[in-house]
Design a protein. Structure first.
Length: 421
């Protein structure tokens, strides 16, 4: 990357998109469907390859490598779409007064050994996604995440050598899906969560109890109500629970402690440990504050950049946001299903075309697990006035009622069908 190359791609009237995930590429598709000529520049810290991120939580058991999930390389996709791809490039600043971005090489982030360059934009789309939260107890150099194809590929190579023991910290949607996928691939799985059951931040206890039972029935070691206090590499000579550490050298020791419960739960504060080969963090996502602050847009690190719902414009002129980095009415928009409609709205707005405005409807949420069928609609949350609509051994249907007794969310949980003989 150099300043001369970047100056050629700069266009005062063009569109610049930051982020080459599903959201960024959807915007390109939507614009190109209606305008083949407007200059588009895509800036991304990686190669820009096109792939379907939700596949990452079910690809290990299917023995798929990262290369198997790539639908098109970044360079090929950019050529097909007629866009300028600035791969392995990091945006360090947004100047909204001059409508310029400052760039450096993502591969050489040391300011003393990299070239700076600027490009102009007519319209800017923030599609840089969100990144995993790593609590202090989960050191990034020892813990994996499955939020990007590059890291997935590295983990998949490690797991391909044979059956291993993996600890997953966080039993939300992603953590619970990965746990089953690893189990199906022949690995031993320990799933650890602060709550007593998986999906407890989304659904009420009556619902999550069934999910916990299904997860445990598969053979997953679910440790509910525990907090991970540390992860460390075992060295030769360490004393780990009285076991000769030479046998465990190079493995990871995960320390965890029970959470004291106000309902009279386990108050034993003694720390326990489990020895594993790998640790995966699935402890939530956060939006990096650097670019939102530089652009002067309103945002929250947990939920994302605030946008005007009908247009997906931010509070800064000529800047839009889409996907994981965006929020509407205080709720993060981190599902794939609405991306096409969001991208179509942004494309029409950028091109000055008449449109009816984006109508945000929370998508149906499905847990991709074979052990139990979980489907939720609306905006489910653990707390609230959940009422049982129907209940049997095989099925549970519950509705979340708001202050006006209107249904704001539903959840349907079904036991898997028993194969006929």
């Amino acid at each position: 990357m150099n300043a001369e190359t970047l100056s050629v791609t700069s266009s005062d009237n063009g569109v610049v998109i930051i982020g080459a995930g599903l959201a960024g590429w959807h915007v390109i598709d939507a614009i190109r469907a209606k305008d083949k000529e407007i200059p588009i520049t895509l800036v991304t810290t990686d190669s820009g390859d096109r792939y379907h991120k939700p596949m990452l939580t079910m690809a290990i058991s299917q023995n798929k490598r990262a290369s198997d999930l790539v639908r098109a390389s970044g360079s090929d996709a950019a050529k097909t779409a007629g866009v300028t791809l600035l791969a392995d490039t990091q945006v360090t600043d947004i100047d909204t007064a001059t409508q310029q971005l400052q760039l450096i090489s993502a591969n050489r982030p040391d300011p003393a050994h990299t070239d700076y360059a600027t490009i102009s934009y007519g319209k800017l789309v923030l599609a840089m996604g969100a990144h995993p939260i790593f609590p202090k107890s989960l050191p990034e150099d020892l813990v994996w995440h499955v939020n990007h194809i590059e890291r997935f590929g590295q983990l998949q190579e490690k797991l391909a050598t044979g059956s291993q023991h993996v600890a997953i910290v966080g039993a939300g949607m992603v953590g619970t899906e990965i746990a089953e996928d690893l189990l199906k691939a022949g690995h031993q799985v320990t799933l650890i969560d602060l709550n007593d059951a998986p999906l407890s931040q989304m659904l009420p206890p009556k619902a999550t109890a069934r999910i916990a039972k299904a997860v445990q029935s598969q053979g997953i070691n679910f440790l509910g109500g525990y907090q991970v206090s540390g992860v460390r590499r075992i060295n030769d000579g360490d004393n780990t629970n009285g076991v000769n550490a030479h046998e465990n050298e190079g493995k990871l020791q995960v320390s965890y402690e029970p959470i004291a419960s106000s309902s009279g739960g386990n108050n034993d504060s003694s720390s326990q440990t489990v020895i594993v080969d790998h640790v995966i963090a699935s402890t939530g996502l956060t939006v990096d504050d650097k670019l939102p602050i530089a652009a002067g847009v309103e945002f929250d690190r947990r939920t994302g950049i605030v946008v005007d719902a009908p247009t997906l414009r931010t509070h800064a002129a000529n800047i839009y946001a889409i996907g994981d980095c965006m929020s509407i009415n205080g709720v993060a928009c981190r599902y794939v299903a609405p991306l096409r409609a969001q991208a179509a709205t942004i494309a029409d707005d950028i091109l000055g075309l008449e449109h009816g405005g984006y109508d945000h409807k929370p998508p149906m949420i499905r847990l991709k697990n074979k052990a139990i069928s979980v489907m939720a609609t609306g905006v489910p949350q653990a707390n609230g006035n959940w009422q049982v609509k129907s209940e049997s051994d095989d099925e549970l249907i519950m509705e979340l009622l708001d202050d006006n007794n209107d249904i704001s969310a539903t959840v349907t949980i079904k036991a898997p069908a028993t194969p006929s003989a």
